[in-house]
Design a protein. Structure first.
Length: 174
């Protein structure tokens, strides 16, 4: 059976609960074995949704949130905006997050979100993102889309366990 088409659209306030569910379930799926299980088990959808609604309402428009929808159901979420070097914004764009409902991985939602995000960043010279060094599946996903590691690494610690991140970059023609 063919999948219904995937539509990518701007996220709205009504999507916050579903986006939080996708984000938390995405973390719990993608980071199993990479982060302490107790930390992943302790992540709460309701608390994440509350923070997301507050940030959404207070946003200044610099962060763009997109959702991927299929047959009226939100199945994925991406967020991007100016690259942050500490607290300083640079001339580059950054993909802050991209998550797909684990039950729908490998069916094109992530690719649709990534393509739409990169397309909307076309005024920037390049797009950067951070990915867990040991997250082989995510790294392959980004590499298939033309992203390459640029050698930068950043320490990241979850409940005392190091989970380093590596930076990926994709040059845009602008």
């Amino acid at each position: 059976m063919d999948e219904p088409p995937t539509y990518v659209r701007p996220m709205d306030l009504a999507d916050c609960d579903r986006v939080s569910e996708i984000r938390i379930r995405g973390w719990q799926h993608a980071y199993r074995g990479l982060m302490p299980q107790a930390y992943l088990d302790g992540l709460g959808v309701a608390a994440d949704a509350e923070r997301r609604r507050a940030r959404f309402a207070q946003g200044d428009g610099s962060v763009v949130n997109l959702v991927a929808e299929r047959a009226g159901e939100v199945l994925g979420w991406a967020a991007f905006g100016p690259y942050r070097d500490g607290e300083v914004r640079t001339a580059d764009a950054e993909l802050y997050a991209i998550y797909v409902d684990p039950a729908h991985l490998g069916r094109g939602c992530g690719g649709a979100l990534l393509s739409a995000s990169v397309e909307q960043c076309s005024s920037y010279p390049r797009v950067l993102l951070w990915v867990l060094k040991e997250n082989a599946a995510a790294r392959r996903f980004y590499e298939r889309a033309g992203f390459r590691p640029d050698g930068a690494e950043e320490p990241f610690d979850v409940d005392g366990v190091p989970v380093p991140e590596v930076r990926y970059v994709k040059e845009l023609t602008g």
